[in-house]
Write a protein that binds this ligand. Structure first.
Ligand code: GRF
Length: 203
């Protein structure tokens, strides 16, 4: 049974879709994994409240409490690693986790950390992806799940979902169309990884 830790910073709609998937189907029947912990760097993230109500283990590691440390990012990440280790994570799932991670942290979890990004990578890495896609005039957008590597949004792509860009779309229209697909894509990718890691599926 694998231990999955999900890291969020906000509403955590992707986290919810993963937790819901974990409760049914193959994942549940074959005891593939447990959601060992939900972590937020923001004490006000509404997703943390939801996770608590679901009876999941939650933890807040507030990055702001490290802002006066000599090396704020490293100090925050050291606390994060210390908090994660007792849960023996097999997979770290970044789901709207809005902190850039240093090579120190990424190196520590090399090959064990996935992220979802709301664009068809390698296009539109970074922020404001939907507006940038509209400004560029592309006809399709989407979401990508990728392994986290040292370079931002540049790790090996695991899977993608594509949506059309429709005439008159605003960034918010595109964001919600993409997010609907993210909720299908991310749980499926994780479940496939679990099946493959358990020898039940050959990817
Ligand atoms: C998603 O669009 C995800 O792709 C991006 O941040 C957003 C998080 O949404 N990384 P939520 O917190 O899962 O609702």
């Amino acid at each position: 049974m694998k231990n999955i830790v999900i890291l969020i910073s906000g509403g955590g709609s992707n986290m919810k879709s993963i937790v819901e998937r974990a409760r049914r189907g193959q994942w549940r029947e074959k005891h593939l994994a447990q959601i060992a912990l939900i972590v937020s760097n923001d004490p006000h993230a509404s997703g943390i409240q939801w996770a608590k109500q679901q009876g999941l283990k939650t933890l807040v590691v507030d990055h702001k409490l490290h802002q006066h440390a000599p090396e704020p990012r490293l100090s925050f990440e050291r606390e994060l690693i210390k908090a994660l280790e007792p849960h023996q994570p097999d997979l770290l799932v970044l789901a709207g986790f809005m902190r850039i991670l240093s090579p120190h942290f990424v190196g520590h979890y090399e090959g064990k950390m996935m992220n979802i990004h709301p664009s068809l990578l390698p296009a539109f890495t970074g922020l404001h992806t939907h507006q940038r896609a509209l400004d560029a005039g592309v006809k399709f957008a989407g979401a990508s799940v990728h392994w986290v590597s040292q370079e931002l949004d540049a790790g090996r792509i695991i899977d993608q979902a594509v949506v059309p860009i429709l005439p008159g779309d605003q960034a918010s229209d595109l964001a919600s169309r993409v997010l609907t697909q993210e909720h299908l894509l991310y749980p499926r990718v994780i479940e496939n990884w679990l099946m493959s890691a358990s020898g039940l599926l050959h990817l």
